[in-house]
Design a protein around this ligand. Structure first.
Ligand code: SAH
Ligand code: F3S
Length: 432
């Protein structure tokens, strides 16, 4: 057996792509996984290019791989940075054996046998699931529902690295979810760049099915107990979708609503397709329909042209929606995106100040958000052992909860009373 070491950066879609790569290499080729870099015959890094920092890190990372790898071991660069830099990677780091784009994962078994090969075709269609099966957790399963993204958010490189959006046929998704659930994954996590735009285009033939229909289909699988999904787009949060979200008991009550900015002027410059008012209306409707819902968001500060007033709109939305979780980023100019050429870039210091302001504000909000959890009872699905004799799981509305316990709880549901709220997670005890 040869040994495979793989490092995965970035989003859930990359995690799933890595699972596909592992499946292909362990089932169609003679590889087994190792966590010891120096023992590996093949070292892969599955990259992210959404912001500049991880791209810089890539070259120092592979330089390190090259230094410590064993004689004859190959290094391959996969994922979004592979897609957008292509052969430049091999020019800059000639010890790299191959470059495999985010849309070309299924070619992994061919490319490992080539030298200095580059496969980064963004029109390649991987919507047929011609992959072997590997899952990193037995308790939950990522299931892709679409590849690529058709939006043209002006800050975002993803459409250039993952290509045009294609929905995977619903029958394949249901089959994949069923297979995973029958093997014990009670939670199905549906993945796409823009999940609630599902069904606009399939690669084979038209079908009259949208994301809401798909959610219903997956929820009809008996063995599936929980459904999560990421990422939905605020523009496509129509009433039909929100009503299904609210009323379907298998759909977990946590929603990601990527705001990006609270200023309608900036949203327009970002080509997000919605206004501040639309976003507030959808969030209010969601809170009204699902009182226990937890809403997470992504926010970019310092997008070109963002004034103090625009930023104040973002803060206003943050306070009014009361997001339970915020992923916030300083705007990072990306190649192949229109916004990098805008002539009204915001100085770094201002962007940094805004980011700190937003993050400090949210930390304070988290104190009151978590304090109200004390004494509540939640049904928790346990997934992971934690140091110190703890087992951790998630509530339906996506709080991470840890309790004292052991393996016996893994893969099971239990009612837990919250005894200690924290900003990032809760502690509790199982009610017997
Ligand atoms: N629809 C995608 C978004 C992918 S990018 C999804 O499924 O999550 C994830 C987040 O990174 C975006 O929501 C955005 O907030 C942030 N991001 C994207 N491009 C960025 C850039 N150029 N600078 C800073 N943050 C960016
Ligand atoms: Fe990027 Fe916008 Fe698509 S953030 S992934 S272009 S929805």
């Amino acid at each position: 057996m040869k040994k495979l070491y793989i490092e995965t950066l970035g989003c859930a879609m990359n995690v799933r792509d890595s699972e596909h790569i592992i499946a292909e290499l362990t089932q169609k080729e003679e590889f087994e996984l190792t966590s010891d870099l120096t023992q590996a015959d093949l070292i892969l890094i599955n990259t992210c290019s959404v912001r500049e920092k991880p791209v810089h890190k890539l070259f120092s990372e592979i330089g390190y791989f090259n230094k410590v790898k064993k004689e004859g071991a190959k290094i391959g660069v996969c994922g979004c940075t592979a897609s957008h830099l292509g052969e430049e990677i091999i020019k800059k780091a000639p010890f790299v054996s191959f470059v495999l784009g985010a849309r070309n994962v299924s070619k992994i078994t061919e490319i490992i046998h080539k030298d200095k090969a580059v496969e980064v075709d963004i029109d390649y269609d991987e919507s047929t699931y011609a992959f072997s099966d590997f899952r990193s957790s037995p308790y939950k399963a990522f299931v892709n529902i679409s590849i690529g993204c058709d939006k043209k958010c002006t800050f975002c490189i993803v459409p250039s690295t993952r290509g045009e959006e294609i929905s995977i046929p619903p029958e394949l998704i249901v089959q994949e979810a069923k297979k995973a659930a029958q093997k014990g994954a009670k939670e199905i996590f549906l993945l796409g760049q823009n999940v609630n735009n599902y069904g606009r285009r399939f690669s084979d033939r038209d079908r009259d099915v949208d994301f809401t229909d798909l959610l219903r289909m997956v929820s009809q699988i008996d063995e599936v107990e929980r459904i999560r999904f990421t990422s939905p787009h605020p523009l496509h949060m129509d009433d039909k979708f929100l009503e299904e979200f609210a009323s379907n008991p298998k759909i977990c009550k946590s929603m990601h609503m990527p705001l990006q900015s609270g200023s309608t002027k900036i949203l327009r410059a970002m080509k997000r397709g919605y206004t501040k008012e639309w976003f507030l209306d959808r969030a209010a409707r969601l809170r009204q329909m699902v009182p226990d819902v937890r809403i997470s968001t992504d926010i970019i500060v310092g997008f070109p042209g963002e004034s103090d007033e625009d930023f104040a709109h973002t803060i206003d939305v943050v306070e009014r929606v009361g997001f339970e979780q915020i992923f916030s980023f300083k705007y990072s100019p990306r190649p192949l995106t229109p916004a990098k050429d805008y002539d009204n870039q915001v100085p770094q210091e201002i962007a940094s100040q805004r980011l700190s302001y937003l993050q400090d504000l949210h930390l304070k909000m988290l104190d009151s958000i978590s304090a109200r959890e004390l004494g509540k009872i939640y049904n928790v699905y346990f997934e992971e052992l934690k140091p110190g004799g703890y087992v951790a799981g998630r509530t339906d509305n996506n709080w991470i909860v840890k309790v004292k316990g052991s393996e016996e709880l893994l893969g099971k549901f239990a009612d837990v009373r919250i005894t200690k709220p924290g900003r990032l997670g809760l502690e509790g005890e199982v009610i017997v």
